[in-house]
Ligand binder design. Sequence first.
Ligand code: GLY
Ligand code: MN
Ligand code: MN
Length: 438
Amino acid sequence: MNRNEFKRRRKQLMRMMGENSIAILPSSPEQVRNRDVLYNYRPDSDFYYLTGFPEPEAVAVLIPGREQAEYILFCRERDEKKERWHGSRAGQDGATERYGADDSFPVTDLNDILPRMLEQCERVFYAMGCNPDLDRRLSGWINDIRSHSGSDVRGPIKFLALDHYLHDFRLYKSSAEVKMMRQAAEISSAAHRRVMQSCRPGLMEYELEAAVIHECAMRGAREQAYPPIVGTGGNSCVLHYMENNDKLADGDLLLIDAGCELNYYASDITRTIPVNGIFSKPQRQLYELVLNAQYAAIAAVKPGNNWNDPHEAAVRSITIGLVELGILKGDVDTLIKDGDYKRFYMHRTGHWIGMDVHDVGDYKIDGKWRLLEPGMVLTIEPGLYIPAKSKKVAKKWWDIGIRIEDDLLVTKDGHEVLSKGAPKTVAEIEAEMASAKT
Ligand code: GLY
Ligand code: MN
Ligand code: MN
């Protein structure tokens, strides 16, 4: 992402904050995996969104209109010995020269410097509750400022939820962000094609997980946006199945929900395929039922429609399909009203997606479903799950779990399916799977 993109975001936030304000935004702490081994570091999305700064132990401070410096980045100091062991650090010079900070100080000086900045401001934009250590320090500084009896320093009088404002900005993707998300979805689509080509009875679920991760990494996306779900047979009916250690059996379906993260942007794609390359008749009937529901939901993704319109379209389509197949019995409107479809379709049809796979942004405004607008990106992912021994359901439908998930950008005229490179119709999937066998 270009440096100007981060600058533009900071300017947008500072314009909204106005003068006499300060925003304080820490990066996320490093996490221990076990003993002295850490998880790969990934900065908090809000922090990275504003700074593009990839290191831990950093705090960004924005003070609109401040003469000496509006954007101050507290970060680790250079340290030759530590850098030899753990890799390079930007240090204060790097923070200003490479990351666009107007000024930078060692993060160890935060206690000395930040209270002096705070006491000049009336409004503090801060996400309370996300970083207990900084929460505590901040309230200590504020108490100190307030106890300066007799001084003319007034100090902050109002706290505002920084995350709320940032999350609204993040909901509307810029063209650079859309480009990145399109690329992430293309890489994940290639990974799903690779799964279709590799899949055969006798493989282990984790072998396909490995194929996904390998394909994404070889294309430059070294992180997954979430742990891949690779579930065959009855496992496909467990929504967040992640054990991925069963053997693929001839005649079963395989549900694979996997998407890479590329340069901090997520993709999230699910495909459901027949392990042996050919859908059986009941599998195809249910697959096409879900696919029709997905098409109905996708058609409802356009500006002016509200967040819930695609979900309502999917629910109606699934309920009609289940009645046609005799899996649900009764009047469609009543079944929808009473929520009977939830026995087989128990999740919602999608979520915002962006830097986080379940991205930020409100779904309702003043109690009403939000309207879709160009630049928003969401998933559409209806599903149907019929575990074995489902009561009053014919045996031929058992152990079938199907989800079909794509990533969509809302455009001026409707939508763009970012993940269109992953085969989806019965004919496309069977052809992709057959292509590897010839
Ligand atoms: N992969 C998680 C989800 O689809 O929401
Ligand atoms: Mn999803
Ligand atoms: Mn998913």
